[in-house]
Structures are given as C-alpha cells and as structure tokens.
Design a protein around this ligand. Structure first.
Ligand code: AMP
Ligand code: FES
Ligand code: ZN
Ligand code: ZN
Length: 317
C-alpha cells in the first residue's frame, strides 16, 4: 500500500476516496478536508473568534488542533456534565491538550454553575440521559459563546455522526430536526452561528489523525450511553459502508445538496415565533426554556446562571 502523493509506504487507506497516504500526506489531507468544508459552506472568516466545544474526545481535540494550526483565534470550551470519573477524565484530556498547545480553555461545570449534573437532571425530568445531556450542552455552548463574545461555535461532529443522525431523522421523519441539520446554522436572535468543520472526515480518520499527532484523547464511551439509538444507526451504516464505500458520504452530502434546500423552504414557511425565556432570557418558543424547566426541577434552590453572570430577579409574582 503506497501513498497516493509520494509513493512512500502508506499508514492508512481510505476506501471511499480510493486512496492511501503516508503520515505526512494523511495529515495534510485531513487539514485540506477541513479547509474544503469551511470554504464550501462559508463557516468561519479569517478574523473571527472561534469557540471550539471540546469533549476530550478525538474529534473535537483534532478540530481544535487543526484550527490552531491554520492560524484561527480558537479557544476551547469544556462542559463538565457531572458524570463521575468519565467527566473527570475527559476534563483532564481537554486541559492537557490546552496546556500543550498553550491555548485557552473555558470550563463550565454544570453542577457548580447550575446546581445539577446529567444523571440527576435526567432523572428529575424523566428524560433519557442523552437527551438531557444534548439539551444541556446546546444551552451551555450557546450561552458561553454569546457571553464570551465569540463569533462562531464549532463542534467536532464528523461524517459518521452526521450520517447516523440524518438516518435517524429520516427514519422518524423528524422534520424540525431535518431543517436544522446543516453544516452551518446561521446566527439568529440570541443564537450564535454553529459550524461543523469535520463533516468531510470519518471517525476512523479523526482517530488516526489524533494518534499520529500525539493527541491524548478519552477512548472510553460515556457510561450513560445505554439505549442510545444513535449507536445502532452507526452500526447499520458501517455495514452498508463496508459493502459499498462512500455510502455515508452519499447519504449526507446528497441530503445537504439536494434535499436540504426543499426542507429549508418548509422551515421558513412554518416555525413557531421565538420569544425570550422568562427565567434566563435565552430564545425559546415557550414562556420558559427547556433547560430552565429541567434546572428548576433538578435543582430548585440552585444558582440561576453561569458563575459570574448577573443574578436574576426572583421570577415569582
Ligand atoms: P456528542 O454529542 O457527544 O456526539 O458530541 C458532539 C460534539 O459536541 C463534540 O464533537 C464536541 O464538539 C461537543 N461536545 C460533546 N461533549 C462536550 C463537552 N462535555 N464539553 C464541550 N463540548 C462537548
Ligand atoms: Fe451526554 Fe453521555 S455524554 S449522556
Ligand atoms: Zn506521502
Ligand atoms: Zn431559560
């Protein structure tokens, strides 16, 4: 197996590209895939301040690494979810990476700032852990980006993630989610722009990039993952990909290029009016946002905002 570029011995082959690469050219290839995605979808302008959401895993640390190498002003954001040792170990990986790259890591701990962690929060509102976790992460990421004055929030979702989520959204014809499943979600009132620069890279490639660059990441899965349907969709797509390399790419980019424009028209026509949450001021279609509802049930007497934010007036009449 020889490198497509220099004909030296290859360290990895990528079947959907029908190509193999040596270490140096693989790293270059990964960077180019990120650049191509960012250019094609107008993700981040040169002078913008980026907040990269980092979980301590291979994808988000790789993304931070590439953005720093490309010269972007990119800080990291780690959210402590209160999932015992798993959270402690993930935090450590993110902090070690930040120290090694001499980059700035913003840390928001759910328990310290909002009075609850994911296990307790999920139990209190009888949601699956992953759903309570997704809700909390979206809320904290947006809040941290707005509060910190960042222009854009970047996450480490890769092609495998996006294809699996799309597969699930199509199986259930989840129209709201389909309209929002874009490589770039533009800023709107109260919401920062959100981008996914790794959509052209598969999980195997982000893992290989991290290993080849000496990025120490958390390998363990989250212990609360039990019953997560996303993993089943990933397994099904992996089987299809093995039989026909390029299937995930075709599914996801076919959707983005051919179907999404139609879904966006539907989204623009409908959609409930967005107002402000009566507790935290975040945009919501109800009176109180879903995150505040969970926080009030999980930690009724806890602080009402991230540390350092303005104390809110007592909302009781
Ligand atoms: P997941 O929702 O676990 O599939 O992760 C998707 C993306 O969300 C990751 O690539 C990160 O960019 C971000 N993310 C996940 N967990 C955290 C966390 N604890 N803190 C900050 N960002 C996170
Ligand atoms: Fe969110 Fe496991 S990381 S529930
Ligand atoms: Zn080479
Ligand atoms: Zn709220």
């Amino acid at each position: 197996m020889k490198c497509r570029v220099c004909r030296e011995k290859a360290v990895i082959d990528i079947r959907r590209h029908n190509a193999a690469f040596c270490r140096e050219h693989f790293i270059h290839h990964c960077r180019q895939q990120v650049v191509r995605a960012m250019e094609k979808f107008d993700m981040i302008a040169r002078e913008e301040r980026v907040l990269v959401a980092v979980s301590g895993g291979k994808d988000s640390l790789m993304l931070w690494d590439v953005l720093l190498d490309l010269g972007y002003a990119a800080d990291g954001l780690y959210i402590g979810l209160g999932i015992g040792e798993y959270s402690d170990a993930s935090h450590e990986k993110a902090a070690e990476f930040a120290a090694r790259r001499e980059a700035h890591l913003v840390v928001v701990d759910l328990e310290t700032s909002y009075g609850f962690g994911i296990p307790g929060g999920a139990r209190s509102v009888r949601r699956a852990a992953c759903s309570a976790c997704g809700l909390s992460k979206r809320y904290v990421m947006n809040d941290a980006a707005i509060t910190g004055g960042y222009d854009v929030l970047a996450t480490g979702h890769n092609l495998d993630d996006e294809a699996a989520v799309l597969f699930g959204n199509v199986l259930h014809w989840n129209m709201d989610a389909l309209v929002r499943q874009r490589p770039v979600l533009p800023a709107s009132r109260g919401f920062v722009r959100k981008v996914k620069p790794l959509i052209r890279l598969g999980e195997r490639e982000t893992a290989a990039y991290s290993v080849l660059n000496g990025i120490d990441y958390i390998v363990e899965e989250c212990p609360m993952v039990e019953g997560n349907t996303g993993l089943r969709y990933k397994a099904a797509l992996n089987e299809l990909e093995t039989a026909a390399p390029g299937t995930k790419n075709q599914l996801y980019f076919g959707f983005v290029e051919r179907a999404l424009p139609h879904f966006e028209q539907l989204g623009a026509a409908g959609g409930a009016a967005v107002g402000e949450c009566g507790r935290c001021g975040a945009p919501t279609t109800g009176d109180v946002c879903a995150f505040c509802r969970m926080r009030e049930t999980a930690a009724p007497s806890a602080p009402r905002g991230a540390e350092g934010s303005e104390p809110e007036l007592d909302p009781t009449p």
